[in-house]
Structures are given as C-alpha cells and as structure tokens.
Design a protein around this ligand. Structure first.
Ligand SMILES: O=C[C@H](O)[C@@H](O)CC(=O)C(=O)O
Ligand SMILES: [Zn+2]
Length: 279
C-alpha cells in the first residue's frame, strides 16, 4: 500500500477588493489549482473559503490510501468531513472500510463522515475529491455516470448546449453540505454557466477534464462588474469564492466537475447576471 502524501497546501480566503490588484501569477496562485494528479500520490489543497479540501489521487503503480494532514487535527481524513469523489481518468476502484466500489470514467462516489479507510486503485484512474466539514453521517453511495438528475441547458445558437448531471444534491445522494455534479458540453458548444451567476451562500469549485492537452478553457472569475480570467488546462481546478462568478469558454468541448459547500444546498439559489451587465 502506498501512502505518499505531500504537505497540505493551505490557501487563505480572499476579499473581493484584493483580486483587483492581482497580476496573472497572483490570480493563478490564489484561484487555480494545478498538478493535483501526480502518480502514486494524494495531493490536496485546503481553501479557507468554506474550509473546502480539493484533492487528487492517482494510484498509478498500486493501491493508494487516503491519509490525513496535521492541519486538520483529525485521526483520519473523514473523521469530521464528507467527500464527493469523481473518477476523471480510466476505470478504477475505491474501497471504503472494506466495501468495494467500481468507478467508471465520470462515476461519482459520496463518502460520508466516519469512513476510516479509503483506498484508491486503477493504473490509469484519476480520482478528484471535494471535501467539506460534516456534522452527521450519511451512507457512502455510488452513482453511475448519467444516473443522477439530468438537466439539458443552453442552445447551439449561443454555443452553450450542455448536459448537467446532478449527483450529490437535495433530491439525490444525501450529504451535509456538498452539492456536486458533472457538466458536459455538446460538441461545438464552448460556454458553460453563461449567463453567469454568483451564490453568496456557497463557495464553488470547478475541475475541468476531458479537454485535449493542446486546448484551454478561458475561465472568468471575480465580481460580475469587474471580472478577471484564467487560462485553464485539463485536470486543473478553479476556486470561486461566494462573491465570484464562475463561467468559462473552451477552445474545444470539455467536461467539468462542479462542487459547492456552504450555507445551503439549494441549487437554484443563485443570483443571475445578465450578459450585458458583465464588465
Ligand atoms: O451553481 C451551479 C454551478 O455553477 C453549475 O452547476 C453550473 C453549470 O454546470 C453550468 O451552468 O454549466
Ligand atoms: Zn454556481
């Protein structure tokens, strides 16, 4: 069993006034998460925005165990936390306290508070984990790709035709805080989440995947009236504080895992912004 785990990268929360003075490097340092998927390693970032932990696990040459980090002051990672995990690589397996779950590409596993041992397997699997503090235990549950609640949004005319699969949400797999799903763009569409929105009660993170290596997503962030952008590659994540829009246009079609945590789980609790009001 491999348990390679570099130190937890801790990122402090930021105020919307700060982003106005950030140059490209500072924007990337605060909001972009690169290099989550190092072979035989669990890599993690803690953001103080809603105390979310983002992690990547790549069990390349054997089973890889999820450990904890000293900053969490916990005996094991899920002692006071829950996690939503999506496989963004080739099929693999996750074993949670002895129970085995096979995850095909795009499958989602909810691991509830109290699960002591989480082990990842699959030479070409790549597991993306989104975790938030939890106040009670909910059962560990697998959702096959496309088996959540499916929404068809957007239009080919506005280049934003996309499928939103909701997996962990109020009417689906139960959780304390996490709301999570996968959005997939139809071929020829480029825009996600346009018209854009904020939701002051939750932090949201996107993990882009299925994007060819030579392509990029131009991801918009910041307050709606003063936006900034990041150029994002495959398997990179973006942290959007509650005050930030989160929307992107790819140079080709792509998918992304969107996941939120905070005050409520109401998916429709968003403050929409008209396209012409963005700056
Ligand atoms: O709060 C919800 C999230 O931003 C995403 O679900 C939006 C999304 O996937 C999309 O519109 O493409
Ligand atoms: Zn959102």
């Amino acid at each position: 069993m491999i348990t390679t785990q570099p130190p937890l990268h801790v990122r402090h929360a930021t105020h919307p006034a700060q982003i106005l003075g950030f140059d490209t490097a500072a924007l990337r340092e605060h909001y972009l998460v690169e290099d989550l998927f190092t072979p035989d390693t669990v890599t993690a970032v803690l953001t103080h925005h809603d105390r979310i932990v983002l992690a990547g696990a790549r069990p390349a040459s054997g089973p890889l165990a999820l450990g904890t980090w000293p900053e969490l002051r916990s005996e094991y990672f899920l002692e006071r936390r829950e996690a939503g995990i999506v496989n963004v690589g080739a099929p693999g397996r996750i074993t949670v306290d002895g129970a085995e779950f096979e995850l095909t590409t795009g499958a989602c596993l909810y691991a509830g508070r109290g699960a002591r041992e989480v082990v990842f397997e699959g030479a070409d699997a790549a597991f993306y984990l989104f975790s938030a503090p939890a106040h009670t235990d909910y059962p560990t549950t697998l959702v096959e790709p496309g088996q959540g609640n499916r929404l068809e949004l957007g239009d080919q005319q506005t280049a934003n035709r996309r499928i939103i699969d909701q997996y962990i949400h109020a009417d689906g797999v139960q959780s304390c805080q996490i709301v999570l799903g996968v959005t997939t763009l139809h071929s020829g569409s480029t825009w996600n989440t346009m018209p854009a929105h904020t939701h002051d009660r939750r932090t949201e993170c996107y993990l882009y995947f299925g994007l060819p290596e030579s392509e990029r997503v131009v991801h918009l962030l910041g307050e709606p009236e003063q936006t900034r952008h990041l150029l994002v590659a495959d398997r990179q994540a973006v942290i959007s504080p509650s005050w930030s829009i989160h929307s992107g246009a790819g140079t080709s079609a792509y998918s992304f895992v969107w996941a939120m945590a905070g005050e409520n789980q109401a998916f429709s609790d968003m403050d929409g912004v008209d396209v012409q009001d963005l700056r």
